[in-house]
Design a protein around this ligand. Structure first.
Ligand code: ZN
Length: 210
């Protein structure tokens, strides 16, 4: 046995020392493997953690969602494309349980409460003016191209006049007019989402677990 060479911990003799990127890639690969093997256990744990600290977890998700808008959008679109029927069923159930969010109920409320509706519109306009950030026509072209002119949630193909510009984190919750906080939605999804948290919205409307 050659005791002359002292190898760093975790590296066997003859083994090439890995660069930082290689080590990160390895760690990621082994985590992925572990995750695939133990997905049920990990999901159960995550649900448990969420139930115990729902407020804290909501904040954590909100923060994560603002930083990973593109990733989140891709993931949700993929999940919806894989199983649209289940998601539609969950959506129908949720709407039955929460009739106050239906577009018809909103219209009825506006008709019965004209003063409150005007005041709410005024506050909303004020918020729009006061929010920071800006976007250009080119930004909207890019967003349209990235979404292939489809609604970010239900995937419906949209003509130009059918598009609604949505603030992913609503202005009422401190969102900005910046491009990374914008997406295009169909009228139906936009009116149902309103100022709701994007994560809470997709969970309740589309049954996602993120
Ligand atoms: Zn939609």
């Amino acid at each position: 046995m050659d005791c002359g060479t002292v190898m760093p911990k975790g590296i066997r003799k003859g083994q090439k020392k890995l660069s930082e990127e290689e080590r990160i890639a390895r760690r990621k690969a082994s985590w992925k493997k572990f995750r695939e093997k133990n997905i049920d256990r990990l999901l159960a744990k995550a649900r448990e953690r969420y139930a115990a600290n729902s407020e804290k977890e909501k904040d954590r998700h909100k923060e994560w969602a603002t930083k990973n808008v593109k990733h989140l959008r891709e993931y949700l679109n993929r999940r919806y494309a894989e199983n649209p029927e289940t998601k539609k069923k969950q959506t129908r159930n949720w709407r039955k349980k929460n009739p106050e969010y239906s577009p018809m109920a909103c219209k009825r409320w506006v008709k019965n409460n004209p003063r409150k509706a005007r005041e709410s519109q005024r506050l909303s306009n004020q918020m729009r003016r006061n929010a920071s950030g800006s976007f250009s026509t080119n930004d909207m072209h890019d967003i349209r191209r990235m979404q292939k002119s489809c609604c970010a949630y239900c995937k419906k193909h949209l003509k130009f006049h059918q598009e609604c510009i949505d603030h992913i984190i609503a202005l009422a919750n401190g969102g900005t007019h910046n491009r990374c906080n914008l997406q295009i939605l169909c009228r139906s999804c936009n009116s149902r989402k309103w100022a709701r948290d994007p994560i809470e919205f997709v969970r309740s409307e589309y049954g996602f677990l993120v």
